[in-house]
Ligand binder design. Structure first.
Ligand code: SAM
Length: 212
């Protein structure tokens, strides 16, 4: 719809103004219809730069956060990325639209089913399953990138173990109220980390995250 196209273009300009410069990320975010991933009641706010409820006390992340995390991941076409926290499926659609091979895990069955249907309908090919993402998805390891879209108290070891050489893990770490985004790159036996302040995510609940 024309109106949503205009709003999406305005969102892209805002992302550029906030410092997002990766053309592939901006192109993907200009293509993927975010209004198809939000609840009907919030459709008028689909392109506002804020998180929105998707039911079950969960949210679709703010566009700037999605853009920043995707840019930080530096995933190339054809590479394998594991996403923890499928939620609405929006982040998975952004990665898929960049030509990335996406594997995504969601702990909430209802959200997973809704996201699967939505992704299928819109033509995004993504491997999605229910489960505790803090344990990773070892069947398809190693991953070039792992992106965690919920906040964890510590870095789950299985995610580090499932990262390929040169791969990146992007994960919010901290307390329940605020987290720092950790951008971790595997270099041989070492993990090089950059931390960026000022993020707020719903909790990562699981064996290697917060307890239920
Ligand atoms: N990436 C999503 C999107 O694009 O809509 C937003 C995800 S929302 C901020 C975080 C999601 O992580 C929630 O749907 C929540 O149920 C899920 N989650 C929390 N702990 C999890 C775990 N251990 N494994 C998998 N999913 C988890």
């Amino acid at each position: 719809m024309r109106r949503f196209d205009d709003e999406r273009r305005e969102m892209i300009q805002l992302l550029k103004d906030r410092g997002i410069s990766d053309k592939r990320v901006l192109e993907a975010m200009e293509k993927v219809p975010r209004h198809m991933f939000v609840m009907e009641a919030f459709i008028n706010r689909a392109y506002d730069d804020c998180a929105l409820p998707i039911g079950y006390s969960q949210t679709i992340s703010q566009p700037y956060t999605v853009a920043f995390m995707t840019e930080s991941l530096k995933a190339k076409e054809g590479e394998k990325v594991l996403e923890i926290g499928t939620g609405s499926g929006y982040q998975a659609a952004i990665l898929a639209s960049m030509g990335v091979r996406v594997f995504t895990i969601e702990r909430n069955y209802q959200l997973l089913n809704e996201a699967r249907k939505r992704l299928d309908k819109l033509g995004y090919r993504v491997a999605a399953r229910a489960g505790d993402g803090t344990l990773g998805w070892s069947d398809f390891k190693p991953y070039n990138g792992i992106l965690v879209t919920a906040g964890s108290p510590t870095i789950p070891q299985p995610l580090l173990d499932q990262l390929d050489e040169g791969g990146r893990l992007v994960i919010p770490i901290g307390g329940l109220d605020e987290q720092k985004l950790h951008i971790i790159e595997k270099k041989g036996e070492e993990f090089l980390t950059r931390e960026v302040q000022g993020f707020k995510f719903v909790p990562l609940i699981g064996k290697r995250g917060w307890s239920n």
